[in-house]
Design a protein around this ligand. Structure first.
Ligand code: SAM
Length: 279
């Protein structure tokens, strides 16, 4: 063990395709750890050989049990333990949050060594708004659940970032087109590798492009936010309110129409009072 590395849990980000992206601090931490938790020991062996890390590896993945976590906790008091995933930042669509929580509850130090993350790297390539984004991770594989998951996020005013695999890309783009309309989007592939690629277009164009043509490699889909609605005119407001007032009180009609037309509720309520049965 490297005596300069104090005991605790170290979350270490590793490359997503290009070994050159391993930070010096990540390499130093892996060399200094006395135990390395890896999702798949065979996958991580190459990286550890590259860094010169010689600590033993334990498997830690989504199916690790509470007993597995307890065994790790027992080591944390006196030793530096590093957590890595197959690639990128641990905990981002990868295991680890339960271990971080348990380590903190048990009073151990938790440190992060930040680095590559496919979601953030894809955002930097897509050329879509980055001021607000929602990381969606993987959509469900089954069509019904996938449609429901997309409907749930359709009105969120932010860019969306999704992880996907080549064989499912075509279906996912069709479902996104159907659920979100034809927003601007990007399919980002093989980031930091030889065949890195970013294709942009509307969801409809990208769905056509990839229909029945599964690309190879690892993929992130980035979808731009929904288009800004033009402000509703007074005539549109009155028409929507009159329709709502046939079955609702002024207050409920105002809430419904304010949401529908994206208008301030106060203004809509004031107008409803001049039109509705409660006036
Ligand atoms: N923890 C990782 C991270 O920080 O990005 C993500 C792990 S998740 C299990 C794996 C998914 O990340 C892949 O299916 C793909 O969607 C995306 N991904 C990972 N590496 C990538 C790369 N080099 N290019 C594009 N997408 C990548």
């Amino acid at each position: 063990m490297n005596a300069s590395l104090p005991p605790g849990l170290y979350i270490v980000a590793t490359p997503i395709g290009n070994l050159g992206d391993l930070s010096p601090r990540a390499a130093q931490t892996l060399r200094g750890a006395s135990l390395i938790l890896a999702e798949d020991k065979r996958v991580s062996a190459k990286l550890l050989a590259h860094t010169g890390a010689t600590a033993p590896m334990w498997t830690y993945h989504d199916h690790s049990s509470e007993a597995d976590r307890d065994a790790v906790l027992a080591r944390l008091a006196n030793e530096a333990v590093a957590l890595i995933s197959d690639a990128g930042t641990p905990l981002i669509s990868d295991p680890g949050y339960k271990l971080v929580r348990a380590a903190r509850v048990a009073g151990h130090q938790v440190h992060t060594i930040p680095g590559p993350c496919a979601a953030v790297a894809a955002l930097t390539l897509a050329g879509l708004p980055t001021d607000r984004f929602l990381f969606v991770g993987f959509l469900p594989a089954k069509a019904k659940a996938r449609g429901e998951a997309i409907a749930e996020i359709a009105s969120i005013r932010a860019s969306l970032v999704l992880y996907e695999s080549g064989p499912r890309l075509g279906e996912a783009l069709l479902a996104l087109r159907d659920g979100l309309g034809s927003r601007d989007a990007a399919v980002v592939r093989e980031i930091s590798k030889l065949h890195e690629e970013c294709r942009t277009g509307t969801l409809a164009e990208l769905a056509d492009r990839y229909a029945g043509a599964a690309p190879k490699g690892e993929i992130v889909i980035v979808v731009g936010p929904p288009p800004e609605r033009e402000a509703a005119s007074d005539e549109e407001l009155d028409a929507a309110l009159q329709a709502a007032l046939t079955s609702m009180t002024a207050s409920r009609a105002a809430a419904h129409v304010a949401e529908l037309l994206n208008l301030p509720r106060k203004r809509v309520y004031a107008r409803a009072l001049t039109l509705g049965p409660d006036r």
